[in-house]
Design a protein around this ligand. Structure first.
Ligand SMILES: Cc1ncc(COP(=O)(O)O)c(C=O)c1O
Length: 376
């Protein structure tokens, strides 16, 4: 069986998790959490990062910090996971769906300015498949209208845009370490506060509205309630799992990159015959091999390919039903034609199986079958 995803777990993960379990500190912000921050500082020069219980709650924290309120409008691509929109809809704001680019499948930065109204409170971008959006263009529009950008970099840990790390391209960056991501902690995520003005409030919101973190830092001797918050910090046992994954950062990245590059090389012939379109990476980006997508000519061809692969125990994955054409999207008044490129791609994109421990034989089994099915 070839699943679409499988986390890479070794003795190191077992060792660190066991240690965290036995060292008597299973709540949040313990020694493994500190090690994770150090790892991100060393590798990416990221300073102000807070681990969260998920990518979803990192986005929820960003929405609270951006002070999103009922009646606000928020610009967001429709081609994303529900969590991106849920995070600000939970604060009462309305999504304004923006279409995507045909090449990167990211928010079409050229359309953003036309969607801005006096009610626009924020722009959420998504680095889909680990490929960054054109952040410089988006940030320029945001600056012109004085609107914050929240970068949903859930899929983009380790990717870069013009040499800058994804997750640091906007005032707020959000990561996911969910089991399906490159580096996992089961369920987990992080918020990166690239504007230091938000650090203190973020620490309070994440600790049930209290300044408990200031006690841990030795700044005050008892903590009290300061703000409305929640419990957004994950157990140190999960941080231990992530710590082990990050020690294996290059190993995991290199193995995923081998799979990604093999698909990209071997599918060229099918692209030349116009049987599919391969994943595109713009010159400004270095990606993290998070996903390998192919775009098929029609929905029918995609459905048939998924079914035929499944008969051979290979699980390819139809990634997103676009939010604007989901049942909730309809209730919000969106029509399929509201975001035509998203609608079209929502019917034709297919995610290939990709994981670090995928063997060469497994990769070629997938390639041969896709080739056979599409050419016969
Ligand atoms: C773009 C995007 N945003 C947010 C999330 C939510 O992350 P999590 O599953 O860690 O809550 C995901 C997860 O799949 C995602 O792909």
């Amino acid at each position: 069986m070839i699943p679409f995803n499988k986390a890479s777990i070794t003795d190191l993960e077992v060792k660190y998790v066991t240690d965290a379990l036995l060292n008597g500190k299973s709540s949040g912000d313990g020694s493994y959490t500190a090690k994770v921050y150090h790892q991100f500082k060393e590798r990416f020069d990221i300073d102000n990062m807070l681990l969260t219980t998920s990518g979803t709650t990192a986005l929820e924290m960003a929405s609270m910090l951006a002070d999103i309120k009922p009646g606000d409008e928020v610009i967001v691509p429709s081609f994303t996971f529900s969590s991106t929109a849920n995070s600000f809809m939970l604060r009462g704001a309305k999504p304004v769906f923006c279409d995507i680019r045909r090449d990167t499948m990211n928010i079409d930065e050229r359309l953003i300015e036309g969607l801005i109204t006096p009610k626009t409170k924020a722009i959420y971008t998504v680095d889909y498949a680990g490929i960054p959006c054109d952040a410089d263009v988006i940030n320029e529009v945001a600056r012109k209208y004085n609107i914050p950008v929240i970068e949903d970099a859930a899929q983009a840990v380790g990717s870069t845009y013009k040499g800058r790390t994804c997750g640091t391209l906007a005032p707020f960056g959000c990561y996911s370490f969910h089991e399906t991501k490159n580096y996992v902690m089961g369920e987990g995520g992080a918020i990166i506060l690239n504007d230091p003005a938000f650090i203190e409030r973020a620490e309070i919101i994440r600790e049930k509205g209290t300044n408990r973190r200031q006690v841990l830092k030795g700044m005050v001797d008892k903590y009290t309630w300061h703000d409305v918050g929640s419990s957004f910090l994950p157990s140190d046992i999960l941080a231990a799992l992530l710590c082990a994954q990050l020690e294996r950062f290059d190993e995991i990245m290199n193995k995923r990159m081998f799979v990604w590059n093999t698909f990209q090389t071997e599918f060229k012939e099918l692209e030349d015959k116009e049987l599919l379109v391969r994943q595109y990476v713009p010159d400004y980006a270095v990606h993290n091999a998070h996903m390998y997508n192919i775009i098929l000519p029609t929905d029918e061809i995609r459905t048939n390919l998924v079914a035929r692969l499944k008969e051979n125990d290979i699980f390819a994955y139809i990634c997103y039903v676009p939010l604007h054409s989901s049942p909730l999207g309809h209730k919000l008044g969106y029509e399929p034609e509201s975001c035509p490129v998203t609608e079209d791609y929502g019917e034709r994109v297919l995610r290939m199986p990709l994981y670090a421990d995928m063997t060469k034989e497994e990769v070629y089994k997938v390639i041969e079958l896709v080739r056979d099915i599409l050419t016969k």
